[in-house]
Write a new protein. Structure first.
Length: 632
């Protein structure tokens, strides 16, 4: 006899409340298997949410993502976006996505959850603030640390504003402080982490003390009978005669308390050794590459590298003129210089910016080079003043300080190809990029670069950099010549393996062509395809998805739904969907695209490439043991 689904749901909730997850999952699994996909009752949606919650707690987050996503879509269409079942499904779905490592998708889910909760219960409700805290954790996992810190701090202040400011027994506020301290700890900021831990510890002790005072007399512990027994006082707001060990970080002249280590020492040594090997090989992005390889925070790896370096001796003091004095007065953490621009003349290796022993930013060579580090403030000031003397037009005039050497140094990569540094900060040799004179037309440079893009992309990049030396892609107005050159430069950068640098040029080319020729022009669609490709190669899958979808819609309108470019855009869209985790939808879309492409373009080699992508999708799902609803 088949038990009704509402009764199964009630029994499963009781089992889950008592902690018996396996029994609840075993009870829900056969009940959900009997549900017809075309006729889904309301109880089945609630059972799917509970089953996803059970799977997530039992260590199966990938299956929980599928069930929670299915339940959220069904509940939203049946009950609406503000229904309790829809909210629960969205919360479980976002939590499972975060557990599987898809932090950006999880952050998007939590943003939708916050928007849904804000209307009925308000922004200061504990459920809304708890969702904001989970959003901060997802952003921190996605390495958007500054936004995560600001989000969680604002949520904590909102919680304190909607409750009594003197109430130290709020458990949600304590959890927020603990999470914020953990974020600061992972970002190698022990001082702020220590302060947050101290606040959370004080509030937790205060809450415990109030619970003891409010307990009945029979449940309290009897006081010690011996007069000499030591008494323990909870930390309150009284004056302390002796600072605790955790207060050393707040007192000058004492050693700060070491924050808790999260990783073993052998992992730290291996990461530092890997960074040193890549730096010795000439990779100026060694820290970022190792952090991505080990799935760690870049700031944490940089902190390990700095702690492992021996103390370096600075160069003897040199005569400082007025320019050097102004450079030393600036904040050393605010100076900027494009990566890969500064090279050492002694070892012929790129110099990277690191924090020195005195917490100042310095430029140093890879390990193995015996030379003193150069102060970054003076180096950047010298390069910025050289740019202001020779090419002041490239510095944006809309800034608050248009003649600042630091702002000019940030734009130095557009007019300078290389800077070699000697032993002193003022011993710099600057190699300027070739300047286009009026004798050579702008279009000739672009056509020559477009011709060399296939055979010599490095030379084409130098020509395009020279042609666009006076163009800032962030603020430049729409110009047809500059838009064509920017689109070609973006394609060359992608071919050379620099998609992150190609994004800003492809963005400018797309916006300029859209403004000049319209959204359906061939040049506009070409720039849109380049922009989508750059985002996909960098890993911005959500942005790449929107660009590919817009490209496919435009091509279907202009070229037809069965044109080769339209079907190729749909295939790329399916690949991005698979990278976002929508495996079933991606396989279905790619299979339909292959069928349409084989029918409209028989014998075309792109059909075999699409078939290979589809086979790799199936293989990936089989290796990861994905359990999709369409696979059963």
């Amino acid at each position: 006899m088949i038990e009704p689904l509402p009764e199964v749901l009630i029994r499963a909730e009781h089992l889950l409340t008592s902690g018996r997850r396996e029994a609840a999952a075993a009870l829900l699994r056969p009940a959900l298997a009997q549900v017809h996909p075309d006729v889904v009752p309301a109880a089945a949606v609630g059972a799917a949410v509970l089953y996803a919650h059970t799977l997530a707690g039992a260590g199966h987050p990938a299956a929980a993502v599928d069930w929670a996503g299915w339940a959220h879509v069904r509940s939203r269409h049946r009950h609406g976006q503000d229904h309790l079942t829809t909210v629960r499904a969205l919360r479980v779905h976002a939590s499972a996505l975060l557990t599987t490592g898809r932090a950006r998708l999880s952050a998007a889910g939590y943003r939708g959850l916050i928007t849904t909760l804000t209307t009925p219960v308000g922004p200061g409700h504990q459920h809304t603030l708890a969702a904001r805290a989970d959003l901060a954790v997802a952003l921190h996992r996605a390495e958007v640390c500054a936004t995560a810190h600001a989000e969680l701090t604002d949520a904590w202040h909102t919680r304190r504003a909607h409750t009594d400011n003197t109430d130290d027994t709020d458990e949600l506020a304590v959890r927020m402080l603990t999470r914020l301290a953990g974020m600061y700890r992972d970002c190698a900021n022990p001082y702020r982490a220590t302060g947050c831990y101290r606040r959370a510890l004080h509030r937790a002790h205060h809450s415990l003390r109030q619970q003891v005072h409010e307990a009945p007399p029979a449940s309290r512990r009897a006081p010690p009978t011996r007069a000499s027994a030591p008494t323990t006082r909870m930390p309150g707001r009284h004056r302390r005669t002796r600072p605790r060990p955790t207060d050393r970080a707040l007192h000058p002249g004492t050693d700060p308390m070491p924050y808790p280590r999260k990783y073993p020492q052998n992992l730290i040594d291996a990461a530092v050794a890997r960074v040193q090997q890549q730096r010795a090989a000439g990779d100026h992005r060694a820290v970022t590459a190792v952090a991505q390889e080990l799935n760690l925070q870049r700031r944490l790896v940089q902190k390990w590298v700095i702690d492992s370096r021996p103390a370096t001796t600075t160069s003897p003091a040199v005569q400082q003129g007025p320019a050097d004095q102004r450079a030393d007065d600036t904040d050393p953490r605010e100076v900027v210089l494009p990566p890969g621009l500064l090279w050492c003349r002694l070892c012929d290796q790129p110099m990277t910016a690191i924090l020195g022993c005195d917490e100042d930013l310095v430029y140093d060579c890879p390990p193995g080079s015996f030379r003193p580090a150069l102060p970054a403030a003076r180096v950047v000031d010298a390069i910025g003043r050289a740019v202001l003397r020779h090419a002041p037009r490239i510095v944006p005039t809309a800034l608050a300080h248009p003649h600042s050497p630091q702002m000019a140094a940030a734009c130095a990569g557009r007019v300078i190809s290389r800077v070699t540094a000697g032993r002193a900060p003022t011993d710099l040799r600057i190699t300027w990029r070739p300047v286009i004179t009026s004798l050579v037309p702008f279009t000739d440079y672009v056509e020559l670069a477009r011709t060399l893009a296939g055979s010599n992309p490095a030379h084409a990049r130098e020509l395009l950099h020279a042609a666009l030396a006076a163009v800032d892609p962030a603020t430049a107005p729409a110009d047809p010549l500059h838009a064509d050159a920017a689109g070609t430069l973006a394609e060359v950068l992608i071919r050379l393996g620099h998609p992150s640098a190609a994004i800003r040029w492809a963005t400018y080319a797309h916006h300029a062509h859209t403004h000049l020729r319209g959204p359906a022009a061939a040049t506009t669609l070409t720039a849109l395809h380049t922009l989508a490709t750059a985002h996909r190669l960098v890993g911005h899958h959500q942005r790449a998805y929107h660009h590919y979808r817009h490209l496919a819609e435009q091509l279907a309108t202009t070229a037809g739904p069965e044109a080769h470019h339209t079907l190729a855009a749909q295939a790329s869209l399916a690949v991005v969907l698979h990278q976002l985790g929508h495996c079933a939808h991606a396989r279905t879309l790619l299979a339909d695209t292959i069928t349409a492409h084989r029918r409209a373009h028989p014998g075309h080699p792109a059909t075999d490439q699409m078939t290979g992508h589809l086979a790799r999708m199936w293989q990936h799902c089989a290796e990861q043991r994905h359990q999709h609803p369409d696979a059963g």
